[in-house]
Each structure stands twice: as structure tokens, then as C-alpha cells.
Design a protein around this ligand. Structure first.
Ligand code: AMP
Length: 217
């Protein structure tokens, strides 16, 4: 299955993407995760991306598109993928469409996660991430057993630089201006489907999987 998850930062795309990828046996490809790995590994790509990420701005299209093209060329992505955090601009969507046309393997569905503005601000500013394994907790709604310590690996939990309130508000503004136009782009192509992304995480997963099973071959 070839699927894209769309929705503002904090809509829960990352969490749902992991579950969707597992359910359908496809790779979860998160451009944000790839950038963060590169920042941690202090690669050239990481150095280039970091200043944009810290400010809540988008990394330039040509950098992201090249990176995704390389990732989609790997063997595990030949039969399908779940893209999370890409595309984020119309030129990125256009580039992806061209790439998939060349492979004769077009997108099958775009899932839009619906959640309101105040809810995502609250989710993101309370989010705490493990510096070692990337596991995500929430200071109020999903706290770790010991404050500041990852339940899964014992690593340190921190607030991502881009989860502070100022940066979160900027990320949402960037989403509205640069990414929301994609909703129309995919709607025009008949690919856009909606999932209510509020309430229990498991219920959101059920709704998303229910919808995607219609596309599973
Ligand atoms: P995320 O974890 O998806 O919210 O991504 C974190 C940050 O990585 C974003 O705020 C951007 O700076 C950068 N990023 C991730 N994906 C993209 C993309 N498709 N285009 C541009 N920048 C991106």
C-alpha cells in the first residue's frame, strides 16, 4: 500500500504511522525522524537541516525531495510505504507524483488527520522525547513512570527544541500556509480521506486501519 499521512504537527501522525506500517508490513518513512537522526549523527545533511528545524521552518524542497527519492529507492519501499511528514509543500507533492509515475506505482490514498488548533498546541508543548530511542511521552497525558526517564530504554527525556511554545506556533503557521494547500491538491486527485484524530489513540488507529483496509490488496 502506498499511503501518505497529512495533518498538522501534533495530530498524532507519527504514532499512527508506526501502527499502520506494522499492520500492512510497509516501511514507515518519516522525514522528521530522518532529519533528527542526521542531526544526532552530526552529518552534513543534519547540519543543513538543524537551523530550519530549530526555528520551526521547512527544510528547502530540493534537500527533502532528494532525501526521500533515495529512501524510496531502497528495496523495502518497492511494494509500498507510509509517508509521515512528507510532502509538506505543493512542489514536494508534485515531485513525489512525478517520481511515482516514473515507477508506475501511484499513490493510493492520503489520510488527513483532523484535530483542532488548541489541542495540537497542548499536545506538542507537553511532549517529551527520549534522546536515545525517540520514544514519546506527554508531561500530563502520558507521563513516564519516573520523571525525565524513558520507560523503554532508561534514556533522558527532553522537550524537543521545536516543541517550545513559540516554535510550535510558528510550525502551525507554516503548516497552514505551506502544507494546507496539499489538501486541495490531493482532493482534486480523489485521494483525500479523513480520520478524526481526537480521543483515545487506539480508537484513532481503529478508524485509520478501517479506512485503509479498503485499499489493501
Ligand atoms: P516533524 O517531526 O515531521 O514535525 O519534522 C520536524 C522538522 O523537520 C520540521 O519542522 C521541518 O523543519 C523538518 N521537516 C520534516 N519533514 C519535512 C518536509 N517534508 N519538508 C521540509 N521540512 C521538513
Amino acid at each position: 500500500m502506498r499511503v501518505i499521512l497529512l495533518g498538522p504537527p501534533g495530530a498524532g501522525k507519527g504514532t499512527q504511522a508506526v501502527r499502520i506500517a506494522e499492520a500492512f508490513g510497509i516501511p514507515h518513512i518519516s522525514t522528521g525522524d530522518i532529519f533528527r537522526e542526521n542531526v544526532r549523527g552530526e552529518t552534513k545533511l543534519g547540519g543543513e537541516a538543524k537551523r530550519y528545524m530549530d526555528a520551526g521552518e521547512l527544510v528547502p524542497d530540493e534537500v527533502v525531495v532528494g532525501m526521500v527519492a533515495d529512501r524510496l529507492a531502497q528495496a523495502d519501499a518497492v511494494d509500498g510505504f507510509c509517508l509521515d511528514g512528507f510532502p509538506r509543500t505543493v512542489p514536494q507533492a508534485q515531485a513525489l507524483e512525478d517520481l511515482l509515475v516514473d515507477r508506475d506505482a501511484p499513490l493510493e490514498v492520503v489520510v488527513r488527520f483532523l484535530v483542532d488548533h488548541d489541542e495540537v498546541v497542548q499536545r506538542l508543548t507537553g511532549r517529551r522525547s527520549c534522546v536515545d530511542c525517540g520514544a514519546v511521552f506527554h508531561a500530563e497525558h502520558a507521563p513516564p513512570k519516573d520523571e525525565g526517564v524513558c520507560d523503554k530504554c532508561g534514556g533522558e527525556l527532553v522537550q524537543r527544541d521545536d516543541d517550545t511554545e513559540d516554535v510550535v506556533l510558528n510550525r502551525l503557521d507554516v503548516y497552514r500556509k505551506q502544507t494546507e494547500p496539499l489538501e486541495h491538491f490531493y482532493w482534486e486527485r480523489g485521494l483525500l480521506r479523513d480520520v478524526e484524530a481526537v480521543g483515545e489513540v487506539d480508537n484513532v488507529t481503529e478508524r485509520a486501519l478501517g479506512l485503509l483496509r479498503e485499499y489493501a490488496s
